[in-house]
Design a protein around this ligand. Sequence first.
Ligand SMILES: N[C@@H](CCC(=O)N[C@@H](CS)C(=O)NCC(=O)O)C(=O)O
Length: 96
Amino acid sequence: MNDTDDRPITFYRLQGCPFCERVARLLEEYDLGYRSRFVEPMHSERDVVKRVAGVRTVPVVVDENTGVTMAESANIVDYLESTYGDGAAASAGGDD
Ligand SMILES: N[C@@H](CCC(=O)N[C@@H](CS)C(=O)NCC(=O)O)C(=O)O
């Protein structure tokens, strides 16, 4: 069975979570391919995200493009903006 998937960002989220919606909007805005993984509503049962990121809160983003795993919506927003937003073009414009 071949289960390859070329969307390199995995987004751990919860239905109706405003912090997750903020991240989702940015992923959509930057047209980034991502997989959603909806976590258990019960905080104590979120072992998957705990294993991946060391926390039980969502949102969490795992970006295979850069090897970054990140929690906290404000940090994720900053990360996405600086990696994929306008700031990325500015800071990538380096050497030549
Ligand atoms: N400061 C966090 C808050 C995230 C948060 O509170 N997420 C809720 C779902 S909307 C959650 O996972 N709650 C479980 C908990 O607080 O342990 C962020 O901005 O990402």
